[in-house]
Design a binder for this molecule. Sequence first.
Ligand SMILES: [Zn+2]
Length: 538
Amino acid sequence: MRLYFAILGVVLSAFIIASVPRAQVAQYDLLIKNGRIVDGTGSPWFRGAVAIRGDVIATLAAKIDEPAARTIDADGQVVAPGFIDIHTHARRGISDVPTAPNYIRQGVTTLMEGPDGSSPLPLSTYLVQLERLAKSPNIGMFIGQGSVRSAIVGSGNRRATPEEIQKMVSLVEQGMKDGAFGMSTGLFYVPGTFTPTDEVVELARAASRFGGMHESHQRDDAAKVLDSVRETIAIGEQAHLPTQISHAKVVGQANWGRSADMLRLVDEARARGVDVTLDQYPYTASSTAVASALLPAWLLEGGREVTLGRLSDPASRERAKADSIAMIRDERGGGDPKNVQFASCGFDPSLAGRTLADLTRQRGLEPTIENAAETTLWIVEQGGCQGIFHAMSDDDLERILRHPATMIGSDGEVPRFGRDNPHPRSYGTFARVLGVYVREKKILGLEEAIRKMSGFPAARLGLTDRGLLRPGMKADIAIFDPERVRDMATYEKPHQYAEGFSHVVVNGQIVFEKGEMTSARPGRVLYGPGRLEPAAQK
Ligand SMILES: [Zn+2]
């Protein structure tokens, strides 16, 4: 008994000695106090504090009094989970600008890449490069069906043989083992557009076996948009995996209003158990290559040399021009060459920001739709441009945004500041939703908008440790003033950072504060649910 008390005494005094100094040193590495906590679930905000230890949220409470090495007074601003951008083209630029300030400065802490059917192959090599890159945001990848088809079948318009399908399935499986979050398709683009639905389903089954999802740049966002929605749903239904309509939109004035039917199809599919969702950027202009947007797929089939060959043949040139006229009139051309703006043209950088009407006039032609189609063929011969296409309606945009199954995705990239004339979505998407569609137009409540930027995409991706403010979650956090948050980037002057954010934290480290990026590079590569460590792969 005496021995027992002696031991107890030693243990107790050791505890007291250890705990006295500990009470005076910091309990936490970072404390964010006096915030309006919006936790990412869609629940109403509450006044509270978040305490972080290492890269993890340690405590979330109305009040936290324990000391921290560093304290941020949020001063009544919103404290939200860092935003997760489920659809980006960040590999355009991330290795040149690994801080991605265009994203960080609007609260985005995680970027998903490999969209629209396009990813590096093999994914493992690119993931190693990303691991080595000292970067501010986290980044994860999809495996692209178009890239896989290109590697095995080429860019021609033909069915794949059973052997080729087997090879493509293996590549998708390998991508999932390497750490993809799922498979993306770009059935709008060459060569994705030559893929029959049943072939996509075969490949989607491979992603499904590893717990991945499917996301699609649909085959057609214009006259056949409803068929495309049916196809995206069918892929999810037949391959038994979550399926997502990327950058959901309705292009071309003749098709405006069809978002109502589009969302009805989504609701019906969800009611019968198909897990279909959407993502969207809050702009009525899209952006892609001028050739993809304004020229038919048959012209682009087989690659650049073959395309140039077709353009030198008068009969097929006439046919291409006729198709292009229809696409400018009824689809991405928005019915007027003024509605097509150049983001960048490799052969003539001075064209960035100008319109197809400007260039047609510069070539000595009246800017009619017919002459603009001729100019479009000429652009392809010169080497091509990236374009911005004003051809959507606000009504469709708002209807899609309101839908509970829609999340936010920028479809943007990491621009070099001041270079070219990129779509403003790269700088403004998340701030624009919060400033225009929450505060000004009141299309969404604040908590619902934040859910669409954090908890919802995290759940979609199977990111179980991000997207919510909860003890145990990774400390990715955005702090902003809901009265001041706004996008500044415009179509005319896109290189302008969003405003209203005071602090952004990635993996527990402050990457942005007081209007400046810090020197921290805490971003990590995130891996999907099917990942096998390289050593575990045969
Ligand atoms: Zn796309």
